[in-house]
Write a protein that binds this ligand. Structure first.
Ligand SMILES: [Zn+2]
Length: 375
């Protein structure tokens, strides 16, 4: 198990007790989730929203001002109205659906250049990129400060959700010295399974930690992801070697930069290894297939990055393979793609069992509403 959290100590922010505040600001669900992840130490060492010097250091160098690797700014965007009335030194109450989420002491309020942010963090300013779209639609004004206390927001699957204190305890009890963190945002096809089995062969345990929360239209609904993994884990994996929990998190599709945040979060859960596959956290053709792996190599993250090549089915080898262990040409290979499985589902067909487990597929197919329609 990874004993040290990122930056040394696992953050733990206490619950809100009544405290006077100068202002109350309503925040989005995404912000409430980020605060929850700070409170529970998933984003250690962050204890609040970044001030201007950390912001610029992260954008320019993928490091906090103190030198610790960190690749995407965590900011609290505010509107012009708050910009006019909130001052550094004020205490603000952050609320969501009129419930108190957090109390924050404001240290800093600043504006940033949104185009410059997108160019450096996402490597593009194209509004076809959802992360870029989010930033360009924001105000470009942030309020920085330390979260003094915070409450858990209302989240789905709370009972199934494990936080770093829980996972660290379980890894300890199970005697796992090495643990692989596995990031996903999809139902498991045989390619994912092959990567998970590869990890199971070389580390004591695997922590499967799919992202749930805000989705794009066409994505699988959270419930479908949860149930399909239930089937895979219960029917195929040794139960004492796998731990499963959803991660409440909003993807920004930042490819190479977002991969670093994914790795850091799993380090905070206590993982010693983290799988980075092909086009990790990417979208469309914005990033090269192995850019994320390359980016992570340049940093000392304190978690071992397990680079994995694309898994495909090779008709000549008659098995799942990667280009590291198969000599055949592309025409012999069947590549996995999200649309392949989706089209099969839509047409009511059964996928080839070398691409998709029959029982996993049936679990998915049992549901009428498999996909997110709109957000
Ligand atoms: Zn082959």
């Amino acid at each position: 198990m990874n004993l040290s959290a990122h930056g040394g100590k696992l953050v733990n922010i206490p619950d809100v007790s009544d405290r006077e505040a100068h202002h109350t600001i309503e925040v989005s669900y995404g912000t409430a989730i980020r605060i929850m992840n700070m409170k529970m130490g998933i984003l250690s060492p962050l204890k609040g929203f970044m001030g201007e010097s950390d912001f610029h250091s992260v954008v320019e160098n993928q490091r906090l001002e103190n030198g610790l690797p960190w690749s995407i700014p965590y900011t609290l965007d505010i509107g012009e109205k708050e910009f006019r009335c909130v001052r550094a030194g004020d205490t603000v109450r952050l609320s969501q659906n009129s419930g108190v989420i957090a109390i924050m002491d404001v240290t800093d309020i600043y504006r940033y250049d949104r185009i410059e942010y997108c160019r450096k963090v996402f490597g593009t300013t194209s509004t076809d990129h959802p992360g870029v779209r989010n930033i360009r639609e924001s105000t470009g004004i942030c309020m920085a400060g330390e979260i003094k206390s915070a409450n858990l927001p209302e989240i789905p699957f709370l009972k199934e959700t494990l936080f770093p204190v829980d996972t660290r305890q379980i890894f300890l009890e199970r005697g796992w010295k090495t643990v692989t963190g596995f990031q996903t945002r999809n139902v498991p096809h045989r390619g994912h399974e092959e990567m998970q089995r590869t990890a199971l062969r070389v580390t004591d345990g695997i922590f499967i930690n799919p992202v749930i929360g805000k989705k794009k239209p066409g994505d699988y609904r959270d419930e479908i992801i949860m149930k399909s993994y239930d089937t895979l884990i219960n029917n195929y994996y040794p139960s004492n070697r796998v731990l499963f929990s959803p991660l409440h998190y909003e993807m920004s599709y930042g490819g190479p930069r977002e991969a670093m945040i994914h790795a850091i979060m799993r380090k905070n859960f206590g993982c010693t290894h983290f799988v980075v596959g092909r086009d990790h956290a990417g979208i469309g053709n914005f990033y090269g297939p192995y850019d994320a792996q390359k980016n992570l190599q340049a940093f000392e993250l304190g978690i071992e990055i397990m680079n994995m090549d694309e898994v495909f089915y090779c008709k000549k080898c008659e098995q799942l393979a990667t280009s590291r262990d198969c000599s055949h040409v592309d025409g012999d290979r069947v590549h996995f793609s999200g649309t392949m499985v989706r089209d099969t589902l839509k047409n009511g067909l059964s996928p080839e069992t070398y691409l998709f487990r029959k029982d996993v597929y049936e679990t998915i197919n049992r549901h009428d509403n498999k996909f997110v329609e709109r957000v």
